[in-house]
Design a protein around this ligand. Structure first.
Ligand code: CP
Length: 314
């Protein structure tokens, strides 16, 4: 099985067949991760650099763990301890790293399009680990894997993305993926945090009333308010945001059905979601994190092309 692309820059570029291949391969790697010995030789002799120009907990650890489980050699780069502070450009930094014979680059950057720029200038395979407000493709893939695992599939599933849609790369990648795989998608939140063009442009429903949105859906993926990306006041206060758009136990109890609760993390407890919901029995938040390792193993394996060992070694 082969992907139609040599980089993973965004879900926008993937075909439904590519997405199916990644999710199916992730299922095989999830089985590997249940074994007593969780390591396979699949990417032995492959060197991967994790280039994180923006903070991360889950994605960085998950990629590093995926690489180690596949027996790849890994290098971790964070800007704080690098020569970026001395004025070195992104391209110079990456070309210097590549001259040390690196095969793949996993990259997070606060600038939308940074991994696309790299893909045009360097020969290594690039995996986008989140670029500005554009895309976070592996998050959408692990979200899809988790929805399918919990509910039995994506086709016809009703998924609502709640909160700061305007600044969320997770929202955009989820919308592309879920629509390509036949799910129905709604976005819900305050009008100031939902782009005006989104319904016709991306084929999603829009709902400003959270209770109505939750009543409609099978799955609610609750997103963080991205204060660090907002340069103007878009809602009155975090307290008022929680009153109108926070997913609370009382709100879930008022629905006439049980829905699945997701969150990509990091969580702002008491703002977009209350603790008893995030930690409750409808939540699959930690399963999402667990599935992230298998999904990233699948992506790295499939993009490594000729350098990986046969799938039989999985
Ligand atoms: N979900 C996610 O991208 O989390 P991190 O920012 O911690 O990687």
């Amino acid at each position: 099985m082969q992907l139609s692309t040599r980089h993973l820059l965004g879900i926008k570029d993937l075909s439904p067949n590519d997405i199916s291949i990644i999710l199916q391969t992730a299922g095989q790697f999830k089985e590997v991760l249940q074994r007593p010995v969780k390591k396979v030789p699949t990417l032995r002799d492959v060197t991967i650099v994790n280039l994180f120009y923006e903070n991360s907990t889950r994605t960085r650890i998950s990629f590093e763990l995926a690489e180690k489980r596949l027996s790849a050699d890994t290098i971790n780069f964070t800007t704080g301890s690098s020569s970026v502070s001395k004025g070195e450009t992104l391209l110079d930094t990456v070309n210097n790293i590549l001259s040390m014979k690196v095969d793949m680059v996993v990259m997070r950057h606060s600038a939308s399009g940074a991994p696309h720029f790299l893909a045009q200038h360097i020969p290594a395979a690039i995996v986008n680990a989140g670029d500005g407000v554009n895309e976070h493709p592996t998050q959408a893939l692990l979200d899809a894997f988790s929805i399918a695992e919990k509910t039995g599939g994506l086709e016809g599933r009703k998924v609502v993305l709640v909160g700061d849609i305007m600044h969320s790369r997770v929202a955009l990648s989820n919308i592309y993926l879920l629509r390509k795989m036949g799910a129905e998608v709604m976005v819900a939140g305050p009008p100031t945090l939902i782009p005006k063009y989104i319904a016709p442009a991306l084929g999603v429903k829009v709902e400003y009333n959270l209770k109505k949105a939750l009543q409609w859906c099978d799955v609610a993926n609750v997103l963080r308010i991205q204060l660090e990306r907002q340069n103007q006041v878009l809602f009155s206060s975090l307290r008022e945001y929680n009153l109108a758009y926070g997913v609370t136990r009382r709100l879930l109890d008022s629905l006439n059905k049980e829905i699945v609760i997701m969150h990509p993390g990091p969580i702002n407890r008491g703002v977009e979601i209350d603790s008893d919901v995030a930690d409750g029995n409808q939540s699959i938040i930690l399963q999402q994190v667990e599935n992230g390792v298998a999904v990233r193993m699948a992506v790295l394996y499939l993009l490594s092309g000729g350098k990986s060992r046969a799938a039989a070694n999985v």
